[in-house]
Ligand binder design. Structure first.
Ligand code: HEM
Length: 326
């Protein structure tokens, strides 16, 4: 079973990116094995508010946690440098993507996670995201409309037979963007719409005849030579601090292969052809970028004894101690 990647858009989210300290591998592995139980414990108190948690594991942590070779396409996020804009790569061993219809549930789960990991991790980034009106980003546009749904969403995010040991898993990329809202708001709405490629008020996509080639939607429409459109599942969240004049979008994209997201990023930052970069970047700066693998819930709960590495203190990993719940 995949972790709960696919769900209704959430009202609230917390994104936690952590590094695991050397020697703390067994503690991290134990926590990952218990994360479904912790999520159940917190979420059961308010089931109608749909708490969920997805955990991603970064390339540099994998071999420290598990003996089995890493998922085929797991690698560190690749930074990009275009003529005008750059996508930095930032470190991250673990990603926790917590979502619910209320922030307090995410907060409570994050608190339990951090209590378990206290002294064993370094927090690299923590962002609390919120739903902004009718699924809008802080640029004022509805965000998430063209996400695939149903079987198409499952196909878009699920690793299959190409990597049998990790079938059912997924890859996830996160990037934190900060907006220059003054510059954006100085732009007439008609021009903003040409930047995104959709109308602002009613969220209708421009026809190909009028949609600019450097619009965000055009940059992120990936079509294979055989005509198949390649999709990802996004659940971006608005975040910010009006007092500090910080306004952002936390981008999160799930896919069956990181290649699709990387092709989108290449088109956004370098452009196709080069120079035709995504105009959204003139108003949005990427300040982080990390890539993770999202194993199945079963794997997290019970990596088999063969796959759990010994911890540096010689004790066995959790996989040999814990029975999986079916
Ligand atoms: C500043 C950060 C970003 C903002 C504010 C943003 C906002 C939006 C908005 C408003 C739309 C149109 C509605 C929709 O279909 O969701 C959209 C579409 C889309 N975005 Fe982004 N986005 C951001 C970053 C990214 C990144 C980094 C990627 C990929 C790596 C991406 C991939 C996509 C895709 C695939 C679509 C759908 C295109 C289509 O098929 O119509 N976005 N985004």
């Amino acid at each position: 079973m995949t972790q709960e990647v696919l769900r209704q858009p959430a009202e609230a989210a917390i994104f936690l990116v952590l590094d695991v300290r050397p020697g703390s591998e067994a503690t991290a592995r134990d926590l990952l094995a218990d994360i479904a139980g912790l999520t159940r414990a917190v979420g059961f108190r308010a089931p109608e508010d749909e708490l969920s948690c997805v955990v991603g594991i970064g390339a540099s942590l994998w071999s420290r946690l598990y003996r089995s070779s890493a998922p085929r396409e797991l690698h560190p996020f690749r930074s990009l440098s275009g003529a005008r804009h750059s996508a930095p790569a930032t470190h991250g061993d673990l990603l926790f993507h917590l979502r619910a219809r209320r922030l307090d549930l995410c907060f409570e789960l994050a608190r339990h996670v951090m209590t378990r990991l206290a002294g064993h991790v370094k927090v690299l980034d923590e962002v609390q995201g919120f739903r902004y009106f009718d699924e809008r980003d802080l640029l004022g546009f509805v965000d998430g409309t063209e996400n695939p749904t149903g079987p198409k969403a499952v196909a878009a995010i699920t690793v299959g037979d190409e990597d049998p040991a990790y079938a059912g898993g997924s890859y996830v990329v996160v990037q934190k963007y900060l907006h220059d809202l003054d510059a954006w708001q100085a732009l007439p709405v008609a021009e903003q719409e040409r930047v995104i490629g959709r109308s602002k008020l009613d969220d209708i996509e421009m026809t190909d005849a009028v949609k600019p080639a450097n619009s965000h939607v055009a940059a992120n429409t990936i079509v294979d030579p055989d005509g198949t459109e390649r999709q990802i599942v996004r659940e971006n969240m608005a975040f910010g601090s009006p007092g500090a004049a910080e306004f952002g979008t936390y981008f999160i994209g799930y896919a069956a292969t990181p290649d699709v997201i990387e092709r989108m990023l290449l088109r956004m930052f370098i452009g196709a052809p080069p120079g035709n970069y995504d105009r959204i970047l003139d108003f949005s700066t990427a300040v982080t970028g990390s890539l993770f693998f999202v194993p199945t819930a079963e794997f997290l709960e019970d990596p088999s004894p063969a796959t759990a590495t010994n911890s540096p203190d010689g004790s066995l990993g959790i996989g040999s101690l814990k029975r999986s719940r079916t």
